[in-house]
Design a binder for this molecule. Structure first.
Ligand code: FNR
Length: 390
């Protein structure tokens, strides 16, 4: 039986990942905020979007590629930034950065990933985007941006939707706070997961390499204090304007749901709008991210590109987001399921599943490229989606 036969869907990978990841780390990966209504809302809103299959469309070989800011990506999806990836599955960042570079798709490195911009930059090989949680100290900010630039991270993604620590009830129940998971129950949890322990032995203890130079070492308590004191989770519009001046490459603001906010980003010279509710991990009353996409596309028109994430569970969902105006899609949990289920080859497996599924969906719809997708929507969005030309 081949890997494709055994794990033909993302759900198969999620089920196996769950059995291999320590329970506390699974809860960190899988949970949403509060009572997790937004988590369901994201997925259900995507499923409600129906599209017309085509008949007699002739032979079609869809072109999945998309050009963003002068670079041609082979597919319209990439890996979303996931903090603590190496705790969820040791070596996750390495596997994902490599797989993205092989596939010529974006890999977004989180500020709080378990790899720094230097080592991950070598693996991402120019395909990487750098996600920033905004440092307060201008010197730290400058230094971080300089490291990102020097190590080939071409796009800066600043995340603005975490103004306060999220109330993730499932994480509370398993005793996860901003401190090391080293209590007896966490250790027992780890001992029950031999494949995870083997990966830990291979890749070493997870560390926050990006921030360690400013913290002074790998101490996890000091990391918590640094995050609380030195990272400005509530940056102002002025902060975004400053970043615009400091970063000369494409700048994406991630966590935008309202057209007014998207407009304001564009007015400041932001190049990409990250339409996202953070995978439903922050605010449980937030609308499904996909429901916010058409109005934002209509508001920004062709003045900015749209990077969409939150709730995508396959290539068909990517087609839906493209139809509603996204230029590029990111997936968070799905990629981690892949590496946790199958190790490093799992990252390539997820890329293949998504691209096969997307290709298949496009042929079903008679779509030769993303630009053909809006015309396949059964119900046009309340605000007509417009796509900028390739
Ligand atoms: C995230 N996300 C995230 N976003 C970000 O900008 N910086 C970060 O460090 C993290 N960390 C993080 C950890 C975990 C475990 C998850 C699941 C998510 C949010 C992420 O980039 C993306 O917005 C969502 O994951 C998209 O939703 P799906 O694809 O997981 O449904």
């Amino acid at each position: 039986m081949t890997r494709d036969d055994r794990y033909p869907g993302l759900d198969d990978l999620a089920a196996r990942a769950r059995r291999r990841i320590p329970h506390f780390a699974w809860e960190y990966l899988d949970s949403g905020t509060g009572a997790e209504r937004a988590l369901r809302r994201n997925v259900e809103a995507l499923q409600r979007i129906l599209m017309w299959p085509a008949i007699n469309a002739g032979r079609i070989a869809p072109d999945l590629s998309v050009t963003l800011w002068g670079r041609r990506y082979a597919m319209p999806f990439g890996v979303a930034p996931v903090g603590l990836g190496g705790l969820i599955w040791p070596g996750a960042e390495k596997a994902l950065a490599r797989a993205a570079a092989r596939a010529n798709i974006p890999y977004v490195l989180s500020t709080v990933a378990c790899m720094g911009p230097e080592a991950a930059g070598r693996l991402a090989d120019g395909w990487g985007w750098f996600q920033l949680y905004p440092p307060r100290d201008p010197e730290i900010r400058e230094d971080l941006l300089a490291r990102a630039r020097a190590n080939g991270w071409s796009v800066l993604v600043v995340t603005v939707d975490v103004p306060v620590g999220s109330r993730r009830e499932r994480q509370r129940r398993v005793g996860l706070r901003l401190r090391p998971p080293t209590g007896p129950r966490h250790l027992l949890d780890m001992l029950r997961r031999p494949a995870w322990l083997a990966a830990l032995a291979r890749h070493g203890r997870p560390r926050f390499w990006t921030l360690e130079p400013y913290i002074g070492g790998p101490d996890l308590k000091a990391f918590g204090t640094f995050m609380a004191r030195e990272v400005d989770m509530t940056p102002s519009w002025d902060y975004i304007a400053e970043l615009r001046d400091l970063w000369h490459g494409p700048l994406v603001v991630k966590g935008v749901l309202r057209p007014e906010d998207a407009e304001r980003c564009v007015a400041l010279g932001v190049d990409g709008i990250g339409v996202s509710n953070h995978g439903a991990r922050q605010f449980d009353a937030a609308p499904a991210a996909i429901d916010c996409l058409p109005a934002i596309r209509a508001a920004v028109g062709q003045r900015a590109r749209i990077i969409f994430d939150s709730g995508l569970r396959g290539g068909l969902d990517i087609a839906r987001a493209l139809a509603l105006g996204a230029d590029m899609c990111l997936l968070g949990r799905a990629f981690i399921w892949g590496v946790a289920a199958l190790g490093a080859p799992g990252a390539d497996h997820v890329v293949r599943l998504l691209s096969d599924d997307l290709t298949n969906a496009m042929i079903q719809m008679g779509a030769a490229g993303p630009a053909d997708l809006p015309g396949r929507l059964v119900a046009p969005p309340p605000v007509a989606g417009q796509r900028p030309p390739g």
